[in-house]
Design a protein around this ligand. Structure first.
Ligand SMILES: [Zn+2]
Length: 208
């Protein structure tokens, strides 16, 4: 499996395209759909689905365009079921925009998710937002962590439905249980590893 990181949209949010052979999953397309389309065209990929770590405006700006262009389904945590169709809930109104697309076809719950040849362990990792999910690709030893865990940082918890206590528990009890060498691909900024964050994350240090 290969992974392409692409900062997109008004905040340069990391979109990830994971692909294997000629099939791909699009994760968190925050905007600038033309960049996604041109990558897909260049590598002659067939997108199978859009997966969302959560539905804040900066992660979903290109969902509407891409789901219709490729006729693919959207997966989102069950606690944010209504956020795609509600610009107040996805907070795009705060940016003077109205991002709105249909509700997800599939609601994510913790556990195994298989899409074609892709096998994903979905973790429910709330704290930054109530429906935040992290996507673990165990065979490839990586996790896509959305806005839960960043390199030497964590997602903000002051937005509606946020909670630092929950965030801390998501990180300590889920993400830090992954092997130290697993690569973390966050929603913002550069990649890191579980071991690096357990040792050096100033907000949620790993238990010694
Ligand atoms: Zn967010």
């Amino acid at each position: 499996m290969k992974i392409k990181q692409m900062p997109l949209g008004p905040l340069g949010t990391n979109c990830y395209i994971v692909y294997k052979g000629d099939v791909a999953l699009i994760i968190d397309p925050g905007g600038d759909e033309k960049e996604v389309i041109s990558f897909i065209d260049q590598y002659q990929l067939k997108p199978l689905a859009i997966l969302l770590t959560h539905a804040h405006f900066d992660h979903i700006g290109a969902v509407g365009a891409l789901r219709h262009l490729y006729d693919i389904d959207v997966y989102l945590g069950k606690d944010e079921q209504e956020w795609l169709e509600n610009p107040h809930l996805n907070r795009s109104t705060l940016m003077g925009m109205e991002i709105r697309t249909e509700s997800p076809e599939h609601l994510l719950t913790p556990g195994k998710l298989n899409i074609d040849d892709f096998s994903i362990d979905v973790l429910h990792t709330p704290g930054h937002s109530p429906g935040s999910s992290s996507f673990v690709f165990t065979d490839d030893e990586l996790v896509i962590s959305g806005d839960v865990l960043f390199r030497h940082g964590v997602g903000r918890t002051d937005l509606p439905g946020g909670s630092f206590v929950q965030l801390q528990s998501s990180i300590l009890n889920h993400l830090y249980h992954l092997p130290d060498h697993f690569i973390v691909y966050p929603g913002h900024g550069p990649k890191t590893t579980i071991g690096e964050e357990k040792q050096h994350n100033p907000f949620v240090p790993g238990q010694v």
